[in-house]
Structure formats: C-alpha cells, structure tokens
Design a protein around this ligand. Sequence first.
Ligand SMILES: [Zn+2]
Ligand SMILES: [Zn+2]
Length: 355
Amino acid sequence: MAAAVDNIPKEQWAQVVEQKGGPAVYKQIPVQTPGPDEVLVNVKYSGVCHTDLHAMMGDWPIPTKLPLVGGHEGAGVVVAKGSAVSELELGDHVGIKWLNGSCLACTFCMQADEPLCPHALLSGYTVDGSFQQYAIAKAAHVARIPKEVDLEAVAPVLCAGITVYKGLKESGARPGQWVAIVGAGGGLGSMAVQYAKAMGLHVIGIDGGDEKGESVRSLGGSAYVDYTATKDLVADVKAATPDGLGPHAVLLLAVSETPFQQATAYVRSRGAVICIGMPANAYFRAPVFDTVVRMITIKGSYVGNRQDTQEALDFFARGLVKVPYKTVGLSKLQEVYDLMHQGKIVGRYVVDTSK
Ligand SMILES: [Zn+2]
Ligand SMILES: [Zn+2]
C-alpha cells in the first residue's frame, strides 16, 4: 500500500449474504487491503438497487461470489491507495459503481466499452460491493465525485443515473426531438425524464395510474399516456408528437414484457428502441417487415463507461437531476429487501453505513 489514513479499523460492519437466497446478515468482517491498482473507500452511503436483490436470490444466469457483500451505488472517501495509484489522493470523494474494474486491455476496454469486458469485475456480484464500511475498487474505475456534491443524495446516480443517461445517449435522440419513456413514473423512469429534459428532449411518459402521470408532468414531461386507461396505446403515443409520427426514440425501463412488444409500433420511422429494463425470461418481438421498411433500430444499453459516469454525475452536480430517496441504517438492509420482494418500494432507498 502506498498511502493510507491513520485510523482505518481492522474490523468493520457489513451486510453479508452467506448462502444463495439470503438473508443478508449484519456482522463484523475484516477490512481488506487494496492491491497496487486499487483504492480502499470508506463508504458513507450506498443506494439499494433491484440488482442487489437478484444477486442475493441468485436468480440471474451468472453466479455470484459467496459469501457476498452486495451493493454497487456506494459513495464515500478514499482512505487508502495502492502503489500504482497516482491519479487519486487520500480524501478524494469517489463512487463505487456496478463496474468495479475491467482489464483495460481488451478490444472492448480499448473502445471505452468496458462494461462489455470479458474480465469485468462487478461490485456486489463477482467482487464485494458497497454494503460495508470499507470497500475496494479499481482506481481507474471509481467515479470521481466533486467535493461539493452530497454523498447521500448522489448515491443512486451511481447505477440508476448512469444507466438511464447512457440509454438516452445510445438512442441518438437530439435536442428538440421526442423520446417515449416506458416506466416513466418509477425510480429509474423519474431520473430518465429529468436527464432527457436536461438534454433538450421532449418527453412522453408511459406508465400506469394518475399518480405516475402527475410525477411525469411535475418533472417536465410534455405528455403522459396511461396504459391502464388508454384504448389504443400506439395511437395515443403517436398523437402526443406534434406531427403524429411518433417519438424519435423509446427507452424501455419496464419490468414486464408487454411494452417490449409494443414499442416498434409507435416509434417513428428511423427511430431507435432502447432496452434497459430486464423482465425475467422476457423476449423482444418486432415485425421484421416494419423494422426493415421503417428502418427501426433496436438496441440494448447496459450501464455506462467511465466518461458516461462523469457526464451523468455532472448533470447531477449542476442540479438538473434530483433523486427522491429514503435513508435507513445499513443494519436495516434486509428490511429494504423484504419491501422490494413485496413490490412495496416507492422511490429509492439509501443505506447509511454508520448505523
Ligand atoms: Zn443497479
Ligand atoms: Zn477489458
């Protein structure tokens, strides 16, 4: 280790998943020492993402490490660094995100597509994440958080914010154009609406119920289509654009399959449909004829690279994106998972690692 602050404890509090299916156990574990290219981060706050629940339950096709410390929206302070780390100082504020590290040498890393790196390390999945007081991350990959940014409020940007911002970039939609956001009233959706507005796009929110509609409008959405109330969703979405030709892009944040079957019907010719939400066992269906003759692009978008991360944080730092959240102690993480399991989560939860 090249440098470290004086008061790093030997033991720390963490939430540890000891077996597939959980639960997360709040206990003391040793504090690790960073390797040459790594930093040790004193995590102050961590957002809780649905992925953390999937990791604990082990219900994704890729196995997790076990025992596992989850968490990939960790905001904190660098307290130790390895001998090869020159670009970060002790005391710097950083974020531990889903991509904990990558090889930086493969063809994907060389093209700034590091989320596609075959050797990627995933926080709270293949390596221990941010549901502990001291977490390790590769120095090259930690998000650089400006000192004036509140660590508690910024935590959810580190996964949710980056993900929706990257999806909007991938859509290719330009200022003045229209984007439909499916699931616009949810946690990811409300961030997507704000990023889209800040990028100069007009937003059509698609979700269910009046409350979600009010949320979309209050965040600056130009139109709202309630899928529970509409008689013809495709016609209503197209009609929401001034020329009636439909949105230039569609961001699919939905957690059910049906919206994935509808999007190509209302997207504008030459438009792009971006898949981000991952309903379990879902398939994407689109008519080949329409896809060809209307030149529709269908894409997936997965987290973001280091540059996307800094840009997403910059929008937040400028006050253009606000994330409603509720903070509980790290010791209460299992209760948050229980609420998630029951589908009772409204907005985002952040855990405070000091209690
Ligand atoms: Zn996440
Ligand atoms: Zn790589």
